[in-house]
Design a protein around this ligand. Structure first.
Ligand code: GLY
Length: 571
């Protein structure tokens, strides 16, 4: 009966039969909607981690919105239907190309609260407390997502209340969860009980596919944003709920931190590769610079002749990845607080020098590149959406809570997860974060500073027109996945699906081992082992790449990753 009532409500809401709902999603039913993995479209396309969110975005395009409208509606819908990484309580980055040509980057990365300090996660025995930087209230940075949306809202055509209403509806009425989502929530139960002061709606004896997830508190938070703009989040009732949650659970985010948070418009990190222009995110994401370094280190090495996943190509890409990530650990951080030598690190001269000890017959041990110690953990929950429209706007947004479901703390009464992004700082030199990445002073904690990210929202242009809009989650594996996806397309001439779906691999300098995904060719692995490479345990999936390509006939080919429930939409 309960389910039937919801179905009825949905029918009324999504078919436009009620005048009170400002809905934008006519014609689809969240109870049966499975989405598509690939679409070919002429007018616009959206691809994201959740079919409902992609559907929300494409309906906005159909109503006359542009890529920014669709991206905002999709992003807000993801905050509801993809709570492990879509968010209001986290942050991220946008890279865009405006229809009249200019490129844009928006940084809405979380910030360290004013009360944060260099050694806040080191206890009195000198031990680094990664439990504190990764779990619960103290692991949260000041959220940036809502501020970011209000920065790029000015490039949108429709009003915020139109763009946010589908998210409000999905939160208030609920949506049906999949097998994968049920599994994610079931795995979370102990941590939810441990890290919350008010038990959130996600707590339940057992979730199963087909259950409806209703998020009333989150719907009210979204309504406050609809009615009061960014102040609906950073001030007033939502701010009160955040600060009271901090006080109950030992967090340090204050009213002042929230009021003073600002998203920043930045110059995209732009470079060229064989006639293409590639635009990515500058600091505080390492993504754009790492991609630049890796692409340039292979550019003159005729990798296409080596062939996709030949031993030679994988070895070259591994050595390139190793060198770029060694630089990440030493030199990269929030450039507003630390002088990052971007032009040196990306100069052709430096990158040629960087490869001087590359040996095509043997592994270069990471200790020869730079010493360090590390371990690895697998948790890489971030999410990406790509959007394009026929006006020529292209938007690439990656957002994150850091861990899956962030700190696992839900703001009591506000219904959204707080990030655990503080762990992306280097909490102590040489101590790895949850991705096994190490760092030093460049990425040390300072009040107000943004923690170094790996997010790599990317747009590839040819003759100043977008040809690829791409990004992925995956923590430190993000830049290597984008690197490999672009090399697969630009050098190996692969189809979009193959470029995304074929098994990926990853090397990040430390730990000195290659991480491979299930299906990576065993023969290549054993040849590389003979050359001195070590391999980590194989992984089920690396990244969830969401890509749109503009084909030579002008059509948009949108492909959603098969590693998750992701969906592509277009028209
Ligand atoms: N939290 C993952 C990243 O920003 O790279």
């Amino acid at each position: 009966m309960h389910r039937f009532l919801h179905l009825l409500l949905y029918f009324l809401v999504f078919t436009g039969c009620t005048s009170s709902q400002k809905n934008n999603t006519a014609g689809f039913n969240p109870y049966s909607y499975k989405g598509q993995k690939k679409v070919l479209a002429e007018n616009g396309a959206v691809v994201s981690a959740h079919p409902l969110a992609s559907k929300v975005g494409v309906e906005i395009l159909k109503q006359g919105g542009n890529s920014f409208d669709a991206a905002i509606a999709t992003q807000l819908a993801l905050a509801v239907v993809y709570p492990n990484a879509g968010n209001l309580g986290g942050g991220g980055f946008l890279v865009a190309r405006l229809s009249n040509g200019p490129l844009l980057a928006v940084d809405f990365r979380e910030k360290a609260p004013a009360a944060a300090s260099h050694d806040m996660y080191i206890d009195n025995t000198g031990e680094a407390r990664t439990d504190k930087s990764q779990d619960g209230h103290l692991s949260g940075g000041v959220p940036g997502t809502v501020a970011g949306i209000f920065v790029y809202l000015k490039y949108a055509k429709l009003s915020l209340d139109k763009l946010i209403q589908p998210a409000i509806d999905l939160a208030a009425k609920g949506f049906v969860i999949t097998e994968r989502e049920a599994r994610g929530l079931n795995n979370l139960q102990d941590e939810l009980k441990q890290f919350n002061t008010v038990m959130p709606v996600f707590v339940k004896d057992k979730w199963k596919a087909g259950d409806t997830l209703v998020q009333t508190d989150l719907a009210h938070t979204l309504e406050r944003i609809r009615d009061n703009g960014a102040k609906g989040f950073y001030e007033g009732e939502t701010a009160r709920l955040i600060v009271e949650e901090m006080q109950r659970g030992g967090g340090i985010i204050t009213y002042q931190d929230l009021r003073e948070y600002n998203a920043k418009v930045r110059e995209p990190h732009v470079f060229t590769y064989k006639g293409y222009t590639i635009a990515g995110m500058p600091m505080p994401s390492s993504g754009g610079l790492l991609l630049h370094q890796m692409m340039k280190m292979v550019e003159n090495r005729n990798i296409s002749a080596m062939g996709f996943q030949s031993t030679a190509a994988v070895q070259l890409m591994t050595e390139v990845e190793r060198r770029a990530y060694a630089d990440r650990a030493e030199y990269m951080g929030d450039a507003d607080y630390y002088k990052v030598p971007v032009s040196v690190l990306s100069s052709d001269k430096y990158l040629q020098w960087r490869m001087k000890d590359y040996d095509p017959a043997a592994a270069t041990p990471s200790t020869m590149i730079k010493p360090g110690i590390t371990t690895e953990k697998e948790s890489e929950e971030t999410t990406h959406l790509s959007v394009i429209d026929k006006e020529g706007n292209a938007v690439s947004i990656t957002t994150t809570l850091n861990n899956s479901y962030g700190s696992r703390t839900v703001i009591g009464g506000a219904g959204f997860f707080l990030n655990d992004e503080m762990d992306d700082f280097s909490i102590k030199p040489g101590v790895p974060n949850m991705y096994g990445a190490v760092g030093g002073e460049a990425n040390a904690i300072q009040p107000g500073k943004r923690m170094l990210s790996s997010m790599t929202p990317t747009i590839v242009l040819k003759d100043n027109k977008p040809v690829i809009v791409v990004g992925t989650p995956g923590g430190t594996t993000i830049p290597t996945q984008i690197f490999q996806t672009l090399i697969n397309i630009l050098e190996f001439g692969m189809s979009t699906e193959d470029a995304v779906y074929k098994p990926k691999f990853h090397h990040q300098w430390l730990p000195d081992e290659i991480l491979t995904e299930k299906g990576f060719p065993a023969a290549v692995r054993s040849q590389l082992e003979k050359m001195g490479y070590k391999f980590a345990n194989e992984r089920e999936g690396i990244g969830r790449t969401e890509i749109i390509r503009v084909l030579s006939n002008g059509k948009f080919e949108a492909v959603a990753d098969i590693r998750g429930d992701d969906g592509a939409e277009g028209f």
